[in-house]
Design a protein around this ligand. Structure first.
Ligand SMILES: [Zn+2]
Length: 268
C-alpha cells in the first residue's frame, strides 16, 4: 500500500509548527478486539489553506466533518478499552474515507456548497494534502492492525460516522445505520441487536452503503484482510450535545460488548 511505504516528509509544505498532527489516538494498548476509526472526526484546516474560501457557518456544517462523532468515539473507546484512531482535519481538505484521486477526495462541491479553496489545485497541491494528512492516518491504521495480527490479537474494525438528518432537502428517518458488504458475521449481529433495542429506526446499508469509490477505510483495511467490520452512522441531531454523545456511547458499548460475548461463545 502506498501510504505504508511513502517516506516521511522532512519539510512540511502544509502543516506548520502551530498545526496539530492529523492523527489522534486513544487507548492504543486497549485490550478490546474492537478497533474504532473516525475518518471525519475533526474540522481543522491547515493554516496555509486559510478558510478554504468558506464562512465559518459552512465549515461547521456536516459538509466539513461528522458532527458529534468525536464525543461518541472517545467515550466508546474508553468504555470498551478499545483503540481509537481518528483524523483531525476537515474532510473538505482531503476526505480520509475516499480513495485519493476520486472527485470527492478533495471536493470542489459538497452538497450545494462550492469550496473555492479546492478550485484549480495542482497535482503537487493534491499530493501534499495526501502526504501530510491522508497517508499518516491510514499508515497508523495499517500499523495498528499489523501489530495486532503479529501479536495474534483479534481485530474487529468499526468505522464511526455521523450523518445529517436532512440531505438535499430529504429528511432521513433512521436513527442509526450500518454499512457493510463482505463481512457476514458482525453486521447481522449488530443489526439484530440494534433492532432489539425497540426504540430505533435502523438502516441496513442506509443512508449509505460501502463501495470502492465512496469508502476507503473499510475496503482497504478490513475487507482486504478478511476482518470482521462494519460502518456505523449515527444521525447528527441525536449526538449534537454531550448528553446524546454519552447516551449513544453507552448504548453502543453495551451492544458491542454483548456481540463480543456472543463471538467468544461461538468459538468455545
Ligand atoms: Zn463520516
Amino acid at each position: 500500500m502506498d501510504f505504508a511505504s511513502s517516506p516521511a516528509t522532512a519539510t512540511s509544505l502544509l502543516l506548520g509548527a502551530t498545526d496539530v498532527a492529523p492523527v489522534l489516538e486513544h487507548n492504543a494498548d486497549g485490550r478490546s478486539p474492537f478497533l474504532f476509526t473516525a475518518d471525519h472526526y475533526g474540522r481543522l484546516i491547515p493554516k496555509p489553506l486559510g478558510d478554504l474560501g468558506l464562512p465559518e457557518s459552512e465549515l461547521m456544517r456536516h459538509i466539513g466533518w461528522d458532527i458529534g462523532i468525536a464525543g461518541v468515539a472517545e467515550r466508546l473507546s474508553k468504555r470498551l478499552d478499545a483503540h481509537l484512531i481518528a483524523q483531525r482535519y476537515s474532510r473538505l481538505v482531503i476526505d480520509c474515507n475516499r480513495p485519493p484521486g476520486v472527485p470527492s477526495s478533495i471536493p470542489l462541491l459538497s452538497e450545494a456548497t462550492t469550496i473555492p479553496g479546492n478550485d484549480g489545485l495542482s497535482r503537487e497541491d493534491r499530493e501534499t494534502r495526501r502526504c501530510e494528512i491522508f497517508d499518516p492516518y491510514h499508515r497508523r491504521i495499517h500499523e495498528a492492525i499489523e501489530r495486532r495480527q503479529a501479536e495474534k490479537r483479534p481485530t474487529i474494525l468499526v468505522a464511526l460516522h455521523s450523518f445529517t438528518p436532512v440531505y438535499a432537502g430529504a429528511a432521513r428517518p433512521w436513527h442509526i445505520g450500518t454499512l457493510h458488504r463482505l463481512d457476514k458475521i458482525l453486521p447481522p449481529l449488530l443489526l439484530r441487536a440494534l433492532r432489539a433495542e425497540g426504540d430505533l429506526v435502523v438502516g441496513d446499508n442506509e443512508p449509505y452503503a460501502v463501495s470502492e469509490t465512496t469508502d476507503y477505510t473499510i475496503p482497504v483495511h478490513a475487507e482486504a484482510r478478511g476482518l470482521m467490520c462494519c460502518g456505523i452512522e449515527i444521525r447528527q441531531d441525536l449526538i449534537t450535545d454531550e448528553g446524546g454523545q454519552q447516551q449513544w456511547a453507552e448504548r453502543l458499548a453495551r451492544i458491542l460488548g454483548g456481540i463480543e460475548q456472543t463471538l467468544i461463545g461461538r468459538k468455545a
